[in-house]
Design a protein around this ligand. Structure first.
Ligand SMILES: [Cu+2]
Length: 443
């Protein structure tokens, strides 16, 4: 349905048809129907925009417009995006391609598109007022340039940016190398980090929020709405991540170490790479990470800021650990029937409790795995590594079935002796030397 071949000959010379996507599920990679060959990427909970070839130029049509995005089952948001979705579709081209992008503005205000990371003529760079007039409501502008440099890029408005990015206007761009064997991988995933401030029970982001966002999303999806990244055992896997939020995100992969093989500046020199399990991605940065999927399982993959793996909550909840609510709760319940005691033993109860939520609101900690509540939200999903998948199979294989004897288990023998650290001074033979700091005060 989305094939570029669908563009009729009669449409040649006119603006190409704008394909649209209404499903939030990850779409299969779009094998290039025309042009030079490349290994397509998979956009997490997204899709790649089809194009048409017109006299050797790859033509795309982006439509900036209001969209409704399902953030996760049970919650939808009124966002702005491109071609039916936020983020917009991924643009995939090949190094050296001549590219023409038609951009139609169906927003209620003017916009532009900046092509983050590209080498292009200054007048195509998309900064409204600086490089071009803004695209007025209802008008279509054309951007033309050659995709000179292979790499990982993004696009977003450079017009009323705080509003337009807070509303979800952004998309991914991959320029594939002209030699498809260069840094070839078996699976190549892409997504953008984004964030919204949507009050529980409402649908539209607050656009004046500067830092205190409450929904932390990957491609405008929050756990458990983020699809797993499905990999075949033994695959070489690349994940490309761009950050268009207003804070950094240390992205952490379990069970495998990776190397950063590229940035929005291009591939990193092999001698500059070192192994990591967490890559901090600063505001406006992109990182390509690569690893070998050597170990089967459902491996957590998430932002390491613990409040970014949660959905909205009242931040002003006092710490209640160790406080006995009995009696107090009963008295409050007489006044507020839905009142619920929170956090007396920590917050883990939040993962399973059934507190009435306002409509269109995600639970703060949610998701259920094979062993119970996962107690996550926001920027969390799994990398699911399985033996024997087909090369092009990205379907969720379900939960991992752990081989017998490979899951943490309860100790049922005699209680083990608890070792306690003795104060150093009491340990036989220990001497403590106190070295006074010099030149520093106030520690
Ligand atoms: Cu984060």
């Amino acid at each position: 349905m989305l094939g570029a071949a669908a563009v009729s000959r009669a449409a040649q010379g006119a603006v190409p048809e704008a394909a649209s996507m209404d499903k939030p599920a990850t779409q299969p990679p779009l094998a290039p129907p025309s042009g030079r060959p490349y290994n397509p990427v998979v956009t997490l909970n997204g899709w790649t925009l089809p194009w048409r070839m017109n006299n050797g130029v790859k033509e795309f049509h982006l439509v900036a417009e209001p969209v409704v995005r399902e953030i996760a089952p049970g919650m939808k948001a009124n966002l702005w995006g491109y071609n039916g979705q936020s983020p917009g579709p991924t643009i995939e081209v090949v190094e050296g391609d001549k590219v023409r992008l038609f951009v139609t503005n169906k927003l209620p205000e003017h916009t532009t598109i900046h092509w983050h990371g590209q080498r292009l003529p200054n007048g195509m760079d998309g900064v409204g007022g600086l490089n071009q007039p803004h695209i007025p409501v209802g008008k279509t502008y054309v951007y033309e340039f050659t995709a000179k440099r292979p790499g990982t890029f993004m696009y977003h408005p450079h017009a009323d940016e705080m509003t337009q990015m807070a509303m979800g206007m952004m998309g991914f761009w991959v320029t594939h190398p002209k030699d498809p064997s260069f840094m070839r991988v078996d699976r190549d995933f892409v997504f953008l980090l984004n964030a919204y401030d949507i009050a529980p029970g409402s649908y539209t982001p607050k656009i004046a929020t500067m830092l205190d966002f409450n929904l932390w999303t990957w491609n405008s999806r929050a756990f458990p709405g983020i699809d797993p990244l499905v990999c075949r055992l033994g695959d070489k896997v690349r994940i490309r991540i761009g950050n268009l939020t207003m804070t950094n995100h240390p992205i952490h992969l379990h069970g495998h170490e990776f190397v950063v093989t590229g940035t929005d500046g291009g591939p990193t020199a092999p001698g500059s790479r070192w192994p990591e399990v967490t890559a901090d991605i600063a505001v406006g940065q992109m990182r390509d990470i690569e690893f070998d999927a050597t170990d089967p399982g459902d491996w957590a993959f998430h932002c390491h800021k613990s409040h970014h793996t949660m959905n909205p909550m009242g931040h002003d909840v006092p710490t209640m650990i160790g406080i006995d609510h009995r009696g107090v709760a009963e008295r409050i319940l007489r006044l507020i029937p839905d009142y619920m005691v929170m956090g007396e033993r920590g917050m883990a109860d939040m993962g399973e409790m059934e507190m009435p939520l306002p409509d269109n609101t995600l639970p703060m900690m949610t998701g259920t795995g094979p062993f119970g509540a996962i107690e996550m939200g926001g920027m969390f999903t799994t990398v699911k590594i399985r033996q024997g998948l087909a090369r092009n199979d990205y379907k969720d294989p379900g939960w991992y079935k752990h081989p017998e004897g490979t899951v943490a288990y309860e100790w049922k023998g005699a209680p083990p002796l608890a070792e306690r650290a003795a104060p150093a001074a009491n340990r036989p033979g220990a001497t403590v030397k106190v070295r006074k700091p010099t030149g520093h005060k106030g520690h």
